[in-house]
Write a protein that binds this ligand. Sequence first.
Ligand code: NOJ
Length: 516
Amino acid sequence: MAKWLNDALFYEIYPQSFNDTNADGIGDIPGIIEKLDYIKDLGCNALWLNPCFLSPFMDAGYDVQDYYTVAPRYGTNEDLKQLFEQAHARDMHVLLDLVPGHTSVYHKWFLESMKQEKNQFSDRYIWTNTVWEYPENMGCLTGISERDGSVALNFFSAQPALNYGFYKITKPWQQPMDAPGPKATLEEMKNIMRFWLKMGCDGFRVDMAGSLVKQDEESKGIIALWQNVRAFLDEEFPEAAMISEWGEPDKSLQGGFHMDFLLHFGPSHYNDLFRCDYPYFSKEGKGDISAFVQKYLENYEKSEKKGLICIPSGNHDMDRLARRLSQEEMKIAFAFLLSMPGAPFIYYGDEIGMRYVENLVSVEGGYNRTGSRSPMQWDDGVNAGFSTAPAEKLYIRQDESKDRPTVQGQMADETSLFHEIKKLIQVRKAHPALWNKGEINFVYAEENAYPFAYVRTNHPEDAEEKILVVLNPSEKDTCFESALSLKEVIYSYGSPAYTHNGKIIVPACSVSFIKL
Ligand code: NOJ
């Protein structure tokens, strides 16, 4: 694994909404370059960029029309190369978003594959033999092509599924993974990776990484597919980093991914933390952390106790943290996010507590996600410093409230969320026990109870250290029995925890990181 991943702290950029330098109302790559120093100053040393390739943007760019070309609204391939270079000059790294599961309906492969006459792209997608037959358990497009057949979908209707084959074949039109069509699809995906890695990109966040092989109940086919990709990378780009959107680290790590994301859907209980009726990190104190911890532990055990499960602050698919939590509550939430194993991922704007913008009309297939994708709020200038375009031209309407948080405002206020996050990042960086690969042991995570406590221990390759993390998001003082002997408080927010008669007393709304 690339060494930089060990201490990587990611910042996710939704390019549309980050920084517009050509006044067209949409963010661009020169705008990202302009803000690299800001990101570095925050403490992040790596970026994940949502797809920035040519696309009709029916799913915000996750519907790729040409994998080899930067969408003109963001700039040129040369601009992206510049971004890699400028990032590297600052000792930062960049992951692109690889979308291997589907393309846009406007991709030339798809246009070719719709033709009646057999050609090199006929098997690039999953087609049934007649228009009257639909693929099972998948959506499909039917009656849109001169070719007689229905084509399987991977996500929205404008995203037909690329053909990597079926693990179990039950119909004549289903092809095995080693048939020429599926093999050619995979080879083309490798070409795409090769193209960007050669240009200087450091690796990929892989969209829906577990979805490529169909009828693959135990995921044997898809694991083998990704092992094949890893073998190619090991040969040609051994330093390339791979992080999956999969949500099953045991499988994705077997497939050769370095890290996997904890997902906000499926069984992870991630939403119990910040995004449910009674979030654990709300000061109301009605949340429950236990189911999350149980699921986390299952994954942790299955992934050989490696700290390789990334817990994002949010992303372009889920509600902003601030939709349920106040700035003060978010400080405690970030103390959690920045003290867990796995690389932290901060979604742009979460560092200032940007709000979810309510009641927006869907933009580019965003639907309820649109409110989490509004343009960054830099300062008190026009369009909060995001763009000099007329407000109505902005990609998405901004948070228009008078007290909307801005980077400038939060930088000027020593007590802001921004400063607390910066401080937390510095503490994480200074303490090996808190690094990405360090261990975790939960010491107090009871059902419907507060506080929440765990011990982080350094990875064997790093300096020895043990740190107890105690979080009490609730507005009530709490305590738990513990024989741990506390040495030095290395970070606290609110009043620090302390021992008394065999108990650790944890004041309301507090965080303590204590050396053991
Ligand atoms: C997951 C991406 O994060 C999401 O934004 C997208 O809509 C789907 N995959 C489909 O690519």
